[in-house]
Design a protein around this ligand. Structure first.
Ligand SMILES: Cc1cc2nc3c(=O)[nH]c(=O)nc-3n(C[C@H](O)[C@H](O)[C@H](O)COP(=O)(O)OP(=O)(O)OC[C@H]3O[C@@H](n4cnc5c(N)ncnc54)[C@H](O)[C@@H]3O)c2cc1C
Length: 398
């Protein structure tokens, strides 16, 4: 298969990387998945990143939550989340076969809960909205909740089940994608890209997380998330992802079979990655309110990551205005893990065929308008100051 986008060489020596067909800037889940899909189609691919997997994904919980993450006014994003979540089972199986790494896909589903009467009232508004979209949300009484998860606090006032909201392990995902990309012939170059003029390729894909702003001028801003990793003595005492409101605090707990439980996350309009005692306190208090036994678990890690946020919380996918050979695949904000399969498929298809899938139409850089981008500045992989103004803090769980 040969690339059809303008400026892309057709064919050529697969072993010669002097002018690759595709250069990807950024080896997070998005960049690596695009690189894997392109390399698997026979394209010559180079991925530039000084520290693969060190971006937002290092902190991510790995929830695949198109239902619980369906928020007021984000219909198009919800549609893309649903589409991508539906692709996850096949994607995970294909990736495991290509890499030899199990990415920890689990399908027990998600319990959404409210601790107090007030918490439940807030949660029910959101569940009603999600049900109105036709999403599968099943209300549960407190006794039904505890039948499903006896580890839940007996104080719980109510909840709902989102059976289609699953999970993966994001760190395993990056490792698997890296192996699969290299096995398919992709080459990783361990240096940062300061400016896109340094990159020579038929098509350049900018998938640098919040480092994308400095490279492209797109309005991608860092949204800080602090998250904890706990370890149960054996397997955690609960199997579902649990997310909810506890005395007005939002929190989630993501259990993995090896005993890890991820507790998250803050959502802060900040560019630093300092872990604060106040955030740890709030997360642990809310988590133990929902599942008391986690107070006995070991606290093994507290870390902060910078989500690549966009003005409308949706990803930015497609050619930069006036630069058809430079594609953006960024701005995935809270959803980069769940959106990995659909993003990789849509961008690899676009590079291969030159024809944009209709699904891309709502997510183009153009939708942000000429006033929403800035001239590129010197790139800072740690998301320095060359980022546009923040939008108001939104409530979020991941
Ligand atoms: C606390 C937290 C919890 C989250 N939980 C979830 C969740 O449960 N589910 C979900 O779907 N999403 C979640 N997310 C969001 C998800 O992590 C991101 O959307 C996702 O990581 C975006 O992927 P990416 O590849 O675009 O960017 P990143 O993961 O940020 O990777 C970007 C890569 O680009 C590289 N880079 C940057 N600049 C340059 C440059 N100039 N040159 C070369 N390389 C460069 C970096 O080194 C990095 O490796 C969470 C995020 C956080 C912070």
């Amino acid at each position: 298969m040969v690339s059809k986008l303008p400026g892309t060489p057709r064919g050529g020596n697969r072993n010669s990387l002097s002018t690759p067909d595709v250069a990807v800037v950024g080896a997070g889940p998005i960049g690596l998945a695009i690189a894997w899909r392109c390399a698997a189609r026979g394209l010559r691919v180079v991925v530039h990143d000084p520290d693969p997997g060190s971006g937002a994904v290092h902190a991510a919980a790995g929830m695949l939550a198109p239902v619980a993450e369906a928020y007021f006014g984000e219909h198009e994003l919800t549609g893309l989340l649903t589409e991508s979540a539906a692709r996850w089972p096949a994607f995970a199986a294909e990736l495991a076969a290509a890499s030899g790494t199990d990415v920890g896909y689990r399908s027990e589903g998600t319990l959404m809960v409210g601790l107090t009467t007030d918490d439940l009232a807030v949660a029910r508004r959101l569940w009603a909205y999600q049900q109105g979209l036709g999403l599968p949300v099943t209300p549960l009484r407190p006794s039904e909740l505890r039948d499903r998860e006896p580890a839940l606090s007996p104080r719980m006032r109510g909840g709902a089940y989102a059976g289609t909201d699953h999970q993966v392990d994001p760190r395993r995902l990056v490792s698997a994608l890296r192996t699969a990309t290299e096995r398919a012939g992709g080459v990783l170059v361990p240096t940062p890209v300061q400016q896109l003029t340094e990159v020579t390729a038929g098509t350049t894909v900018v998938a640098a997380g919040c480092g994308s702003a400095a490279l492209t001028g797109l309005p991608v801003r860092p949204v800080k998330g602090q998250v904890l990793r706990l370890r149960a003595p054996g397997a955690p005492g609960f199997q579902h992802v649990i997310r909810g409101f506890a005395d007005g605090e939002q929190v989630y707990l993501v259990p993995r079979p090896d005993g890890e439980v991820v507790v998250g996350a803050t959502s802060e309009e900040r560019t630093d990655t300092m872990v604060t005692s106040g955030a740890v306190l709030r997360l642990l208090r809310a988590a133990t309110d929902l599942v008391p036994e986690v107070a006995e678990y070991e606290l093994v890690e507290a870390v902060a990551g910078l989500r690549p946020g966009s003005p409308d919380n949706a990803p930015i996918l497609g050619p930069l205005p006036g630069r058809p050979a430079v594609l953006a695949a960024t701005g995935h904000h809270r959803h980069g893990v769940v959106l990995t399969p659909v993003t990789a498929d849509l961008i690899a298809d676009l590079i291969s065929t030159g024809t944009p899938d209709p699904l891309l139409a709502a997510f183009t850089p153009e939708r942000l308008g000429p006033g929403r981008s800035r001239p590129p500045a010197t790139a800072d992989p740690a998301c320095g100051s060359a980022v546009p103004r923040p939008t108001p803090l939104e409530e979020s769980w991941n």
